[in-house]
Design a protein around this ligand. Structure first.
Ligand code: SF4
Length: 327
């Protein structure tokens, strides 16, 4: 991996309900290298979006980082004041969301919204802001940008709005882009175009990408490396090829089995039985034990540690507790 741009070390994030803290993320440690594309995959409630909101300093009011922390480009983030965070967002890290319509201001022309980003974060003149906005609109594949600059969000298609969001996120040349389910609301053809665009932007601008998705099929299109999360823990972390060809954790294997493919046409799609345990109902054992075909008494009683099975592959499962092959 290239030198670490984002480094998260033993982070815990908890929700405070009454006087009680409910950890929603535990023992989160990973790095994203310069220009690297890393995917975080898991079902709803696994903690992938909460991880990205922690990096953006956008945790909900009821949640807080209760252990560990992170650095971005060598700068400590977790303890930063609101002012420090605003210096980081946009310039060092920016984010695109699933639904661009709810992230864009419906009352402001889209081009102006991009230009405003440069005025806020780069302190450029109005004219320079417009020039940068038009340039970035062209780079993300939008045409007739002079006319489009003055259009309002409701005048654009879903795919065009997502391109505007990407332009807005990249116009200040951040080192890290967080893309949280950016294609989930789009139809399949537009989804493929947006994934192509993100890959191109990574190559052309050198922006590292942290790509959040529930869909391993989408992640494999964009990412070099995949982090699989379950019930607030990292359960597997490996290069994308290893995850697809040699998944180790039973949850990762289940996610792969649930992927549609030509060979499975006509057969009902596999779904992992059961559901992610709710926050208030997470015991002391492996959180996947209730759904795992390989669970033993040990799994019910003791939570496994994240173990290195090779220099670039980590897995949290008793089957690999010796760091080697499954027993
Ligand atoms: S620790 Fe046990 S229950 Fe958890 S994933 Fe591994 S085999 Fe399954």
């Amino acid at each position: 991996m290239a030198s670490a741009l984002l480094e998260i070390e033993n982070m815990e994030v908890a929700f405070m309900l009454g006087n009680k803290a409910y950890p929603a993320l535990q023992q989160i440690s990973f790095k994203v290298g310069e220009k690297e594309t890393v995917g975080i995959v898991g079902e709803s409630g696994c903690g992938k979006s909460l991880t990205s909101l922690s990096v953006m300093g956008l945790l909900p009011e009821t949640a807080a980082i209760t252990k560990g922390g992170m650095t971005l480009d060598g700068k400590p983030l977790a303890s930063g004041s609101a002012q420090e965070w605003s210096g980081v967002r946009g310039k060092l890290v920016s984010m695109i969301f699933q639904n661009p319509m709810s992230a864009l201001n419906p009352l402001m022309p889209v081009g102006k919204q991009i230009a405003e980003m440069t005025r806020t974060h780069l302190g450029v003149s109005k004219q320079e802001g417009k020039r940068l906005a038009l340039d970035m609109m062209g780079r993300v594949g939008l045409s007739r940008v002079d006319r489009l600059y003055d259009d309002y969000p409701h005048q654009l298609s879903g795919g065009m709005m997502q391109r505007i969001m990407i332009a807005m996120a990249l116009v200040c040349s951040p080192k890290l882009l967080i893309a949280d389910e950016p294609t989930t609301a789009l139809d399949v053809t537009i989804q493929a175009q947006i994934l192509d665009l993100l890959r191109d932007m990574n190559r052309e601008l050198g922006t590292a990408i942290l790509f959040i998705s529930h869909d391993l099929g989408v992640i494999r299109e964009v990412c070099d490396r995949v982090i699989v999360m379950y019930a607030g823990y990292i359960v597997e972390d490996a290069p994308v090829g290893d995850i697809l060809e040699r998944p180790k954790h039973p949850y990762t294997a289940g996610l792969l089995q649930a992927l549609p493919s030509v060979g499975k046409r006509g057969r009902p799609l596999y779904t992992i039985p059961g559901r992610v345990p709710p926050l208030a109902d997470r015991g002391t054992g492996c959180p996947f034990a209730g759904r795992c075909p390989s669970a033993t008494d040990l799994c019910e009683a003791v939570a496994p540690e994240l173990t290195e099975t090779s220099p670039d592959h980590r897995v949290r499962c008793h089957l690999y507790a010796d760091g080697g092959r499954a027993v």
